[in-house]
Ligand binder design. Sequence first.
Ligand SMILES: [Zn+2]
Length: 75
Amino acid sequence: MGNGAKAAQKRERNADKNAAKGSKSQAKANEAAKNIICTTCRQSFLTTTRAPALEEHAQNKHSKTMAECFPNAAA
Ligand SMILES: [Zn+2]
């Protein structure tokens, strides 16, 4: 047991820290997933939002088509 073992322990602890950080950044990942943005009102939607929901937003909020409000999401 010399300094080498201690250094390894330290590295392990740092790895744990990084893992904890990674789980916390999940919130940031969720934020990044919201990348469908209504070009009319800038409201953001999750990429998993179904087309009918976007269509409904466009029509109900703006009396526009889905393609007008969400040119990027139009498939
Ligand atoms: Zn909108």
